[in-house]
Every structure is written in C-alpha cells, then in structure tokens.
Design a protein. Structure first.
Length: 740
C-alpha cells in the first residue's frame, strides 16, 4: 500500500538510477537482454527531466476588482503583477520559477492583428471612404489608421458608451490605435518575443497593465527567481471574468480547462455579484468545478468588526449553495498578507496602513488563522496533484519495467536449472510459440490498415450522426436562441435621427453578434467537447482492443509451465501499456478543435436586405403619418423589423456553418489524430514482435551452454533478482502498488 504521497524528487531519481543499473547488468548476461530493454533505458533517463518540466497549472480568476493580482503577489511574496483599483490586468499573465527574473512577452503577428481589426470593420456601414481599405486593411499604413480612427470617432461620438456597457469592437479600435506607436517596432510578420530581465524586469507591467499595449500581445510568461516559487507550478493571473468581449472570455475559459486548480477571488466589499454567478455558471457548464476553491478577499478598511466580515462570508456560502457549489471558502486579506511579507520594503504610507490594520486585532487574528488554513490546504492539494500527475504515472512505468525484467530473470533461472528432458520439451513449446507469433505478425501487418480504415469509417459515421442528425440538438437550440434573443431597440431609438440608419443597424448587429458569441461559449462549446471526447475515447478503446487481440506474451506463466517457478515476485494493479496515448499525440501534432462554429454575419447582401426592408417600412410610416395626421411617426417599428430581419438572415446561415464545422472536425482533427495513433500503434506492435523474434535465439543459446557456464549465468541472474527485489520495495513504499 502507498505510504507516502509526497515522494521527493531525489528518492525517485534513486529508483530511476537503480533501474538503469539493473538494465545495464541485464545486458552483461548473454542473451538476456532484448531490443525492448534499450527503450526501457531511454524511458528511465527521461523521467527526471519530464518531472522537472511538468507543471501544475493554477488559474486565479474572478471579476474585475476582486483582488486577483494582489492575491498572486501575496502568494509569491513579490510585487510581480501590477495591482490597484479598476481594470489593471489587461492580459492573462503566467508565472513560473526561473533561474533569474525574466519577463517573456509574445507578440502577435501583423496578420493576426490586422485580421482582428478587419473583423470589427467588415460590418461597419460603408460611406465610400473605406473602399479598397477594409478588404486589405493593414494598420501599418497611415491611410488605414486614419480610416480606423474615423470609424472609432463615429462610434464614440454618435454612440457614447457608459462604464457598464462598453462595446468590445469600440475598445478594440481604441486599443489598436493608441498602442500602435509603442508596439509598431516590436511586432513583426511572424510572432516575436520581447524579454525583460534583471533590473528591467518590471518593465513588463507597461504592457500587461496597459490594454492599449496588451492588444498587440498574445501571451505573457514571467520567470521568477527565488524560493517562493515551486518549480512544478505555473500560476496564471487572469483578466476580469466579467469582460464584455467574448474573445477574451473564451481565452480565459480555455486556460481554465488546462488548469489543475482554480482559485476564485471574491471581494469582501461586495460579496458574490451577478457577474460572479454568470461566470461560475460558465465554469460549471464546462465541468470545471471539481478543483476550485474560493478566496473571500477581505478589504480590512471596509469592515467595522469581525461580525460584519462573517456576514459576507456566510452570504458567499449561501449564494454558492444556490448554484449547487459546496467548496471551501477562505477569508483573509491578500493585501495585508502581501504587506507582511514585504514589510521591510514598504513605503511610509503602506507601513502606516499596515500598522492601522494591526490594531484591528480580532479581524486580523481571524484572517491570520484562515491564511494558515489556506496555506495548509493549498500545499496538501498541490502535493496530491503533483503526485497524481507527475509522480504516480512514472512509478507505474518503472513498476512495469521491473516486472518485465523480473519475469525474464525467472525464465532464465528456470531454464538454467532444467534437466535435459525438460529442456527439450521447453524448446518445443517455445518453437510453437515462436511460429504462432510469426503467423500473428503477418496477420497484423496485413490487417492493421484495414482495421484502421474501419475505425475511420466508424468515427466518420459517428460524427455524421452527431451533426447531420443533430443528436445533441445543437443546431436546433441555436436556431431557437436566435429566434428568442432580444435586441434592445430602445437603446438605439433616441439616436436614430442624429446617426445614420447604417450606423444604427451596425450597432444592433454587433449587439446580436456579441450575444450569439457568448451563447456559443456557454451552451454550444460544452456539447461539442462532449462529442469530441466520446470519439477520442472510442479511438483509444479501439486501438487497445486491437492491441490486446494481437498480444502473445511469451513471458506469461502458462507459456512456460514446463519451467520451475523460482520467484514469487509479481506486480499487481499495474495497468497494461496503453496502445495509444491520445493526449500526447494531440500535443505532438498541436491538434486543436476548429475555432468558430456559429458566427453572426453582416454581409453586404444581408445589409442590403435589412436596410431596404427598414427603409420601405419607414417610408410607408411617413406616408401614413401625413394621411392620418393623428398617428405619430416612430422609428421603433422599423428598427424592430430590422432586428427580426438580422436574426432571420443569420438563421439561414446556421446550417452551412454547422456542416462546415462537421467537415473541418473530420478532416483537420479526427483523421490526422487516427493516422498518428496508427503510427504509434504500429511502433508498439513492431517492438513487441521484435522481442519475440530474439527470444527464441536467446533460449536456444541457453540450452547450448555447458554446466559451468550455466552455473556462472545463474549466479549473475540471482544477483539481478536481489536488485529487482530492492527496487520493487522502493517502488512499493511510494506507490499504490502491491508486491507479493
């Protein structure tokens, strides 16, 4: 049974070194080693490096002003990311342990940047000034920037935004324009990297905390020197989860899917807000609530006493209960903890604030206790995840290798101690097994491609059913959503006279597009990923079944029953080697799901149809108002008809988009995945048969040895058995593996 889940790296390295020594000693015994043992040595040599480079991902999330950046700084004990009131974190920032302080900023390419801007401009009303610009937009050209600025000024002049309703397309244009001068020399045709290190390290904040500059950056990673950072952990300070930009929201959720732990920050000033509930529902829909804990980030200046703070904590528990979430909530002040860790480096003002807080002894004592609880819980969780993800799998692989060597040693001992009659009978048995293996190898070579074609046909048929028959009701639900989604006509009615109809229709479309994008993230993406996961599991199971059916293990006990059993050492609870490793294959190939499945469009044809219908209806209203003088004239009916028209026209596009995603998923994702899995499968099968071919030669060599030679070899193998027993005990002491 497992006795220690926090296996130190040096203990694992000792097991690896001992296993390598064992494999080296095996090679010194004539005929005992085979080609697979070389692969085992390669596996062993890679394990320490794989553990060192393997990382646990921790995502720190929450809505704007919840104290995420302060929590990250407090956790590490350094002012790594800029903190403060308002929107400070402009891009998700990943933090890792490094040999020195280095900030790596990965800039987008010009093509990516121009494509983003072009996407926002395509549906903007054309007055002729954008002719020849929109289709080939390039922000590096002065005339293109002038046109972009004109569009931006139109939007902010005719449709001024409020803090609670910021239009993402407007912000995108502003960021692109205002960040251009700073970033124009850093962006290249291909993605590039800018590095700040040592004394210049903090310069990264100029980019990570400024949305204008952050627009030009794809990714940020900080390497931090010091003992505070665990080398096996990556912490991500994510942007505010209540962003109005669906693209930004999608990036946050994508990182959460790769995270081993999610730390959700809530401000004690407000408790759980509606924006928190909305985002938590999104996390829940993606099935990511299993590893999440909550921080009630206390603002010590906002609470009169401990009872006031506890009321907020109770309220958070109650609201999470409504969402059927029952996690741990830790109440403490990240800023207070940060000040404590950096007390010698605080400014006079910060020192005064710290002393003032320390006078609130009851609240501070409670927060200190919760901080200690969190630290213990966090460490325990990280130890568990580290063991499960970085240690356990490697111990299992080492266990499989040891068991394989042990069985080989048992056979050699049996053969070396057999009499002449038994040797003859054993040789006949091994010859029959060898012939069976040879026949099976021929069958495998001829049938694998056919079997894989059958798998491709099956996966293709399954995907077709999922999409053509719409088994998950994805297409049906999106159509229903578009039909029922509301566009706030009143928000635009008052601007109709001052702004052109085209501008009004553009903004109505942008509102509709934004809502559809969010709906796809929340409702469509989880269903799509479920479909994909089911097919990936089928691929894995198919190859495993094929692998097992092609298996002839010459080392199984019933295949050499003529031999005497010398050892009782067996390995239980060790899974068979996976026929294919789907996750690893996807990483090697860089396979990703197709991006957009449903995307709202505002094509020239749609714009013409909507505007014509809108104009005709408005003219008829004007005529009616002259004929019937008592009837008033209003643009609202025309805007409502325009909204309905926009929705109907986009409903017509859904089926083609759905079919295109279906085709793309099959051709660019599943077929390359199956082909790569087939290559991986064939390599493992070939390795197995190469072992079979050499095995008969090894056994025949043993039978040809003299008595003295057999005695010498037997002594060597018995020494190997001692090494095997020692390594087996070390593995058993640190793994959930039973040795008998």
């Amino acid at each position: 049974m497992m006795t220690n889940k926090t296996l130190p790296l040096d203990s694992l390295e000792k097991i690896v070194d001992d296993t390598l020594t064992l494999l080296q000693r095996v090679e010194e015994v004539p005929q005992m080693s085979d080609p697979s043992f070389g692969a085992y040595k390669t596996i062993c040599r890679r394990i320490p490096g794989q553990i060192r480079t393997g990382r646990l991902n921790i995502a720190v999330v929450g809505v704007i002003k919840s104290g995420k950046s302060t929590f990250v700084n407090a956790l590490i004990g350094k002012e790594l990311v800029k903190r403060g009131a308002g929107v400070i974190t402009s891009i998700t920032t990943r933090i890792r342990k490094g040999k020195k302080n280095q900030a790596h900023l990965y800039f987008k390419s010009w093509d990516t940047i121009n494509s983003q801007i072009q996407k926002a401009l395509l549906s903007f009303p054309e007055d002729g000034s954008g002719t020849g610009i929109i289709d080939t937009f390039d922000i590096r050209r002065k005339k293109d920037r002038e046109y972009l600025n004109k569009v931006y000024q139109t939007l902010i002049t005719d449709f001024p935004v409020t803090n609670d309703k910021i239009r993402p397309e407007t912000l995108l244009m502003r960021y692109a324009l205002q960040g251009f001068d700073v970033c124009k020399h850093l962006v290249q045709a291909d993605e590039t990297t800018l590095c700040f290190e040592s004394k210049e390290f903090d310069k990264h904040k100029t980019y990570t905390s400024d949305p204008n500059n952050a627009f030009y950056i794809k990714d940020v990673c900080l390497d931090v020197f010091g003992k505070a950072m665990d080398p096996n952990i990556e912490i991500a300070d994510c942007q505010g989860a209540d962003s109005t930009d669906p693209d930004q929201l999608a990036k946050i959720l994508t990182y959460l899917e790769s995270a081993n732990l999610i730390v959700y920050c809530i401000s004690s000033r407000t408790g759980l807000r509606q924006s928190d509930i909305t985002f938590l529902n999104r996390i829940k829909n993606l099935g990511l609530l299993e590893n999440i804990l909550f921080i009630n980030n206390c603002d010590l200046t906002e609470h009169e006493d401990l009872d006031d703070l506890l009321k907020i904590e109770t309220s958070i528990y109650d609201h999470l209960g409504f969402l059927n979430i029952h996690p741990r909530v830790f109440s403490f002040s990240s800023l207070y903890n940060l000040f404590l860790k950096r007390e010698s480096k605080l400014s006079q003002k910060e020192t005064g604030q710290l002393r003032l807080w320390q006078k609130e002894t009851e609240i501070v004592a409670y927060c200190d206790a919760k901080t200690m609880e969190f630290n213990a819980f966090f460490k325990q969780g990280m130890d568990k995840y580290r063991y499960d993800l970085l240690i356990s799998n490697h111990l299992k692989r080492l266990g499989i290798i040891i068991a394989r060597v042990d069985r080989q040693a048992n056979i050699f001992l049996d053969l070396l101690s057999s009499d002449t009659l038994k040797e003859k009978k054993a040789l006949e048995t091994l010859e029959n097994l060898h012939q069976t293996a040879a026949r099976l190898e021929s069958i495998v070579a001829n049938s694998t491609d056919g079997a894989v074609r059958g798998l491709k046909d099956e996966i293709t048929a399954n995907i077709k059913k999922a999409f053509v028959q719409d088994q998950a009701s994805i297409l049906k639900d999106v159509r229903n959503y578009i039909q029922t989604v509301s566009i706030d006509i009143e928000a635009y009615r008052k601007d109709t006279k001052e702004s052109g109809f085209n501008q009004i229709l553009y903004l109505m479309f942008q509102e509709f597009k934004r809502k559809l994008d969010v709906y796809v993230i929340e409702a469509v993406t989880p269903k799509l990923k479920k479909i994909v996961l089911e097919q990936e599991e089928r691929i894995s199971a198919y190859f495993q079944s094929l692998f097992d059916s092609y298996q002839i293990d010459l080392l199984k006990a019933d295949h050499y029953s003529e031999f005497e059993s010398v050892s009782k050492l067996t390995l239980k609870n060790i899974p068979l080697v996976d026929a294919v490793d789907i996750d690893t294959i996807k990483k090697i190939l860089g396979l990703q799901l197709p991006t957009a499945i449903f995307e709202a469009k505002y094509t020239p044809r749609i714009r013409a149809n909507v505007f014509t219908d809108f104009g005709l209806h408005t003219v008829s209203q004007i005529v009616s108002s002259f004929v019937h003088k008592k009837s008033g004239f209003s643009f609202s009916p025309g805007l409502k008809r325009a909204a309905v028209k926009i929705k109907k026209e986009n409903q017509k596009l859904l089926k083609n988009q759905f079919e295109h995603y279906h085709t793309s998923l099959r051709s660019t994702y599943f077929l390359p995945l199956i082909e790569a899995a087939t290559r991986d499968f064939k390599e493992k099968i070939n390795e197995r048969f190469s072992r079979y071919h050499s095995f008969k030669q090894e056994i025949e060599h043993l039978f040809s040895l003299t008595h003295a030679e057999k005695k010498d070899q037997k002594e060597r193998v018995l020494f190997l058995k001692q090494l095997i027993q020692s390594i087996a005990r070390d593995i058993a002491a640190h793994a959930e593996i039973s040795w008998e």
